[in-house]
Design a protein around this ligand. Sequence first.
Ligand code: THU
Length: 131
Amino acid sequence: MEYRELLIKAEEAMKNSYSPYSGFRVGAALITAGGEVFTGVNVESATYGATICAERTAVVKAVSEGYRDFVAIAVSSDAPEGSLPCGICRQFIAEFGKDIMVITGKSDGEIKVNTIAELLPFAFTGEDMKK
Ligand code: THU
């Protein structure tokens, strides 16, 4: 699947965003090595701090279904040029591979493509826990 198609899936997912507090919708689409796509949206909470970002929703859905080998994640939002994952989401994505591609932008316009390692250099991983 092309990055632009994955971005369309992220844009489509945005309709399910539960964001009554910020009014800022985010959608994500994660593709596995086998081509399976898992989407996610931001799910807000009245306690604010319990809010879950779209990217982590997609990753948690995939891992819960037994998938861990990820190729790329597309992120779409209400921002005119799309959004890149927040710091916590960068760390969460990096857990599953430093080469995962992160795509954002608009499917009918310019798209940005970066590896997660570019967005989070020197991410803390299981390797860093070796005693
Ligand atoms: N949000 C995401 O879903 N992903 C990010 O990477 C950044 C922020 C959500 C969380 C919250 O619901 C809204 O965007 C505003 O921060």
